[in-house]
Design a protein. Structure first.
Ligand SMILES: [Zn+2]
Length: 462
């Protein structure tokens, strides 16, 4: 017998939208079509609502639980559910030191991360492994990680856990040869250190100098270098958190040449600008992220990139930092402030409101950007579409709702939202993961540990 029929909603795929029923059996979508009847254990009326595939957020820094904060991983997974995200990717980064799950080798780190997150999430999740100089011979272990269902890796061109060009080249080559993909943080470390030092020598320590210490050319140069390294290494390249037209131009040229270069942008670059850094310092610290927020108008260029296919998807770069904890060093100087901002719960809402409702992208393109393409690029074949045979990860979304985003209404483990007070159109009503409700009419009805680790395998991209 059919487990669930969602009746009469507007089912949206990357290719089109139509009023249809969705039947679910054994956690998978069994049928999509008109009038599937009501012969099911549960029938849910979705008239007037959009039926979307759950968002797949491929860029989060959800923290694993610790003795001091045992609910951190679970609670951010609940926030994901409320936002309509049914699968998220986190990172295991041994270079940051703070993570007990890090491990000293890539594979030790993976085993430890798996153990620490097992049975903890409310929605499905996966992990990317960060290649850092702190690991012993990480590149040699990449193939082993790919065999264990973890085919994506991250490398930073900046920070003390960043890699030099030679290491980045070797990691790209290994990924290209063994069916993996590298997610690269592209900024020029030499330039941003020089610009930071110049500010500090001049006594310019306020958060507003964060933006001028890493201007667009710092990002664009590194993006171009990563493209060249990937080209020589015969590897696909995934550029994380692209923030500006200058870097977008680099990606556009590479894609026009037919190279397997993919890039994401993030909701904050689409909806906020650098004027936030002129706020009083404690407030401005909330927006200290890297790359920084850019000049007004840059967001329009990114929306165009999303609309025309130059940008592959939107990820959040969710960092659950708190002003009162990780960011409290805002008093010292801009370069001492923890980088990052929360966003796991507001992804779908913001892209719908500012993208679809504002007329910048179509509904179908939004589904492609938030679900179908991230699932495909990151090797999750059962995720990302309301289609027969896929996991029944469903979001019932009310396109006519109007509300105001407030920290007080969110569920993430940060103590603020960058979007406080922002009026938005649209609201997530109910969310199912593999056919089981985790959010129902705005209330959490899921369970800790229901979320499963997703083993992934990439399509050949190059
Ligand atoms: Zn990030």
């Amino acid at each position: 017998m059919t487990d669930l029929i969602v009746r009469g909603g507007t089912v949206v795929t990357a290719a089109g939208a139509a009023i249809a029923d969705v039947a679910v059996e054994g956690g998978r979508i069994a049928a999509v079509g008109p009038d599937l009847g009501s012969d099911a254990r549960e029938v849910v009326d979705a008239a007037g609502l959009l039926v979307l595939p759950g968002a797949v957020d491929v860029h989060t820094h959800v923290r694993v639980a610790s003795d001091a904060e045992p609910d951190r991983f679970f609670q951010d997974s609940v926030a994901a559910a409320f936002g309509g995200t049914t699968t998220f990717l986190a990172f295991n980064n041994p270079g940051t030191g703070g993570s007990a799950a890090a491990g000293r080798t890539l594979l030790d780190g993976l085993r430890s991360w798996r153990a620490r997150t097992e049975g903890d999430a409310a929605v499905d999740y996966a992990v990317s492994l960060v290649i850092t100089p702190q690991l012993e011979d990480a590149i040699a272990e990449m193939a082993g990680a790919i065999e264990l269902g973890v085919p994506t890796f991250k490398a930073f061109m900046v920070y003390d856990f960043g890699v030099d060009d030679a290491t980045l080249y070797r990691a790209l080559a290994m990924a290209g040869a063994s069916g993996g993909m590298l997610q690269v943080h592209c900024e020029n470390a030499v330039l941003l250190e020089a610009l930071t030092a110049r500010h500090l020598e001049a006594g310019e320590t306020l958060p507003r100098y964060h933006a001028t210490s890493r201007p667009p050319y710092v990002e664009a140069e590194a993006t171009a270098r990563a493209v060249a390294l990937a080209r020589a290494a015969r590897a696909p390249l995934y550029v994380v958190h692209l923030s500006c037209r200058e870097a977008l131009d680099v990606v556009r040229i590479a894609r026009a040449e037919g190279r397997p270069v993919f890039s994401e942008t993030c909701p904050h670059y689409l909806t906020l600008d650098e004027s936030r850094y002129l706020l009083p310092s404690e407030e401005a610290a909330k927006y200290v992220i890297s790359p920084p927020l850019r000049a007004a108008g840059q967001g329009d260029a990114l929306w165009e990139g999303l609309a025309d296919g130059s940008l592959a998807l939107v990820g959040t770069d969710h960092v659950p930092d708190r002003v009162a904890v990780e960011k409290r060093s805002w008093r010292e100087s801009f370069d001492r402030i923890s980088n990052g901002a929360p966003g796991i719960e507001t992804l779908l809402t913001l892209v719908y409101s500012e993208g679809v409702a504002a007329g910048r992208i179509s509904l179908e393109r939004m589904v492609d950007l938030l679900a179908t393409t991230p699932a495909r690029l990151f090797g999750m074949r059962f995720k990302g579409a309301v289609e027969v045979g896929r996991d029944a990860d469903l979001v019932l979304f009310d396109p006519g709702a109007r509300r105001t985003l407030r920290q007080a209404d969110l569920h993430h483990t940060s103590d603020y939202t960058p979007y406080e007070g922002r009026a938005v159109v649209g609201a997530v009503r109910s969310v199912a993961v593999r056919g089981s409700w985790v959010v129902r009419d705005g209330a959490f009805v899921g369970r800790r540990g229901f979320g499963r680790f997703v083993e992934r395998e990439l399509e050949r991209l190059s």
